[in-house]
Design a binder for this molecule. Structure first.
Ligand SMILES: [Zn+2]
Length: 199
C-alpha cells in the first residue's frame, strides 16, 4: 500500500514539474527553425489571444516560411515588405505568415501581434495606423509580461516609442484603460476610435 502512495506522489511530482516547465524554464532565446515547435508556440499565442477575449472565433492558419518569403507576401498584400517580420493576410485565404529563424520570444509575441490584427480587422472600422498598430503592440507587451519576459517587454515599448510616438501614446493609453476597466474598456476604445487624440 505504501508503495502505491509513493508511486502516486512521484507521479504528481513529475507531472507538476512538466506543467511548470513551459512557463518557467522554457528557453525563450532559442531559435525556432522546426515547424512542430513553431506550431506549439503559435498555438500558445492563439490561446493567449483567446484568454484576452481578442480571438476571432475561427481558426487562422499559420504559414512558417523563410523571412524573405514573408516580406514578399507582405509586399504582395500592399505593405512595404522591408521591415516586415510577420504578416497577417485577411483574405485569399486568411493566413498568418511567420518567419523561420526567429527567437522563441520574438516568434511568440509577433504571433500575438498578428492575431490581434485579425481581431481588429474583423471588429473595428478602418482606422489610423497608430491605433491599429498600438493595439497589436499593447497585446505583444501583455503577452510578453504574461510569460515573465521583462527584457523583451521593455524592448517592445522602447521600439514603439522610437518608431511612432503616437502609436506609443496609444499603447500607454490602452494600459491605463486596462488598469481601470479591463479588456472590455480596451475593446470599446479601439472599436470606436478612428484617431488617437490627446486629452
Ligand atoms: Zn502590426
Amino acid at each position: 500500500m505504501k508503495k502505491v502512495v509513493l508511486l502516486f506522489l512521484t507521479a504528481i511530482f513529475v507531472f507538476s514539474c512538466f506543467s511548470y516547465s513551459f512557463a518557467e524554464e522554457y528557453d525563450w532565446n532559442k531559435i525556432i527553425n522546426d515547424e512542430a515547435e513553431a506550431k506549439i508556440l503559435y498555438q500558445k499565442a492563439v490561446d493567449y489571444v483567446k484568454q484576452m477575449k481578442m480571438d476571432v472565433g475561427r481558426d487562422i492558419y499559420m504559414r512558417f516560411e523563410e523571412p524573405e518569403h514573408v516580406k514578399v507576401h507582405a509586399s504582395n498584400g500592399g505593405r512595404s515588405g522591408e521591415n516586415v517580420f510577420a504578416f497577417y493576410r485577411p483574405m485569399g485565404p486568411e493566413l498568418i505568415f511567420m518567419p523561420k529563424g526567429a527567437t522563441a520570444i520574438d516568434f511568440y509575441t509577433a504571433a500575438v501581434h498578428e492575431l490581434t490584427h485579425a481581431w481588429n480587422s474583423s471588429n473595428c472600422p478602418p482606422q489610423d495606423r497608430s491605433v491599429n498598430e498600438g493595439l497589436s503592440k499593447w497585446m505583444e507587451f501583455m503577452s510578453c509580461m504574461a510569460v515573465g519576459n521583462r527584457s523583451k517587454a521593455g524592448r517592445i515599448l522602447y521600439e514603439s516609442s522610437v518608431r511612432d510616438p503616437i502609436e506609443y501614446k496609444v499603447v500607454q493609453h490602452l494600459m491605463e484603460l486596462y488598469k481601470k476597466g479591463g479588456i472590455d474598456s480596451v475593446k470599446q476604445y479601439v472599436k470606436t476610435t478612428y484617431k488617437y487624440e490627446d486629452k
